[in-house]
Design a protein around this ligand. Structure first.
Ligand SMILES: [Ca+2]
Length: 573
């Protein structure tokens, strides 16, 4: 493929579905995926060299975490140039090659957009801190100092930074003012109430859309909008000093999440619908899409998620759903959530695309949060729920948190009991040096122990491995119109520890049944089982179908084809 030509025009598909519906999305943390030049850090050519592996998982969309020029104070989430490639990851030609090769394999590529803040090395911030008068003076959140009773300089209010729970304000000697940083002090917050900032960010979106990217994952959106009067946050009555993270001393009711954020986001989403990006509008499966990162408000998660549809066209945007991290691994809370959430989406619009994730670069590994059997059942749930299913790189191998010696800690965040390095360790490709990730003497984070016996290569040939399970699930999801585009109906069974839901489209009805309990159980389903399709246990132990009765081993998850009935959204058999 010629990397200099925009790679977007591809053989048009005659599908009337959008690619986002039922997508299998694979999140790549570029630093840790594949190093191609032996410097111990993953890079874009490394990713390109692994595209066939990704495709074989049944993935149809890749999400790349940031690869932009950055001083790496927060490993790329501190962007110094939104329209470039950091030399550590390669060149723009490497990006073009990756995009082109991704499209060549009929996969989409979405990229991380970090709109809330830039690096302190971004040209906008350099200009903004240089003068209170210049054209960029109001692009960031600047305020004069306050004075305490002794006349000492103090920050404008009590807001805290997310990464360390210290003051979110940093004094700047040049401007003789404080600037706001909701995250690291080297990540100053952009002033989104300035329309020039919004205009500039939409230009960034067009730069990448013109190259042919299929959409964006939008980072940390809650912080884009805060109280313009900068009122103090309220104290958190549940805060336990010395036990809770310092950031949770306050409720953050004014420092983030003001409703104007939904107007900003719908303004961004409108870019995806501009004429230039609907060039294949006859084929809606080419529609660009963006997904926003925001963890829900604890007491009302469904309200939290639905707020993102205010003023939003659900054909081009959706909020991330983080219940895969928020909910305990129990049948009852999941049953309740799934029933209520999908009813709310259906009522809003048939065009809504939900999204599920059980792992990402900010949260402890799935296989460390749960047991091996539970993590396999979670994989079945992830890949049979509606909407977009996000797999974090390495979770398909059952990778666990790495152990980071104190002298090798990289993450600037001290939250979550010592930072996010454990979930960011290098991919385990093979039994070779550094697990095949890199030929360097030392990799940027240490490689997990045990890779000699369990890695992508060894798991490929083991039918009981995580990789084999994920590949089967990916293939199943791609081949199943019910899993990709079907309705969702949650059933309540006699056994409270068993979750059951049916995805149905046309004549295809697939039930997912998960035993959350640690004892074997026989359940009576409200419909007849036709055949078992997949189980988290090996073939020999597979649940046996017996009309409406199904036997499940402890922690087993099964998928089975069932007879259409009124109960599961189909015509009575
Ligand atoms: Ca490298």
């Amino acid at each position: 493929m010629d990397p200099s030509s925009p790679s977007r025009p591809r053989a048009p598909h005659l599908s009337h579905y959008r690619w986002s519906e039922g997508a299998v999305v694979y999140q790549i943390y570029p630093r840790s995926f594949q190093d191609s030049n032996g410097d111990g850090v993953g890079d874009l050519p490394g990713i390109t060299s692994r595209l066939d592996y990704i495709k074989a998982l049944g993935v149809n969309t890749i999400w790349l975490s940031p690869f932009y020029p950055s001083p790496m104070a927060d490993f790329g989430y501190d962007v110094a140039d939104y329209c470039g490639v950091d030399p550590i990851f390669g060149t723009m030609a490497d990006f073009d090659e990756l995009l082109s090769e991704t499209h060549h394999r009929d996969m989409q590529l979405i990229i991380d957009l970090v709109p809330n803040h830039t690096s302190d090395e971004h040209a906008w911030f350099k200009a903004s801190r240089a003068s209170r008068e210049g054209p960029y003076s109001d692009w960031y959140v600047w305020r004069d100092a306050k004075q305490d009773e002794n006349g000492n300089r103090v920050p404008p209010n009590n807001w805290l930074d997310v990464l360390n729970g210290e003051s979110a304000w940093e004094w700047d000697e040049t401007r003789q003012q404080y600037y706001l940083h909701s995250f690291h002090k080297r990540q100053p917050d952009l002033n989104w109430s300035n329309h020039k900032v919004r205009h500039a960010m939409k230009k960034v979106m067009r730069f990448w859309l013109d190259k042919g990217v299929d959409g964006f994952r939008v980072d940390a959106v809650y912080w884009m909008s805060k109280d313009p009067l900068l009122t103090d946050d309220d104290p958190n009555p549940d805060y336990q000093p010395g036990v809770s993270e310092p950031y949770h001393a306050l409720l953050h009711n004014n420092s983030c999440g003001w409703p104007v954020v939904y107007a900003y986001l719908s303004e961004m989403a409108d870019v995806l619908k501009e004429e230039a990006y609907l060039d294949h509008h006859r084929f809606i499966d080419r529609q660009r899409f963006m997904i926003t990162e925001a963890y829900p408000e604890h007491n009302h998660p469904i309200v939290s998620y639905m707020m993102f549809y205010v003023g939003m066209d659900p054909r081009v945007a959706a909020p991330f759903n983080f219940e895969g991290f928020e909910l305990p691994w129990q049948a009852q809370p999941w049953r309740r959530f799934l029933r209520r959430f999908h009813r709310a989406l259906e009522q809003f619009s048939a065009a809504c695309v939900s999204s599920y994730a059980f792992g990402n670069h900010d949260k402890p590994r799935l296989a460390s949060r749960l047991s091996r059997e539970q993590a396999r059942a979670a994989a079945v749930m992830l890949m049979t729920l509606p909407g977009m299913s996000f797999i974090y790189n390495g979770d398909e191998l059952g990778m666990k948190n790495g152990v980071i010696p104190p002298e090798q800690v990289q993450d600037p965040s001290t939250q979550n009991g010592g930072g996010r390095d454990p979930e960011r360790t290098p991919m385990l490709w093979s039994a070779e040096r550094n697990a095949g990730f890199s030929t360097a003497e030392q990799t940027w984070l240490p490689v997990n122990v045990g890779y000699e016996t369990s890695n992508a290569l060894s798991q490929e040939h083991d039918p009981a491995s995580f990789l084999s399970l994920y590949r089967s699930l990916g293939t199943l999801r791609n081949e199943s119109v019910a899993l990709r585009h079907g309705s969702m109906r949650v059933h309540k069974l006699e056994q409270p520890e068993v979750l059951c839901y049916v995805r149905a489209k046309d004549r295809e009805h697939l039930a997912t049944v998960i035993n959350f309990g640690d004892t074997a159980v026989t359940v009576e389903l409200p419909f007849a089982v036709r055949r078992s399709v997949l189980s988290t246990l090996t073939q020999e132990q597979m649940a046996t179908a017996d009309e409406k009765r199904l036997k499940l081993e402890p922690f087993e998850a099964v998928i089975c084809a069932v007879a259409p009935s009124e109960q599961n959204g189909g015509p009575a058999a």
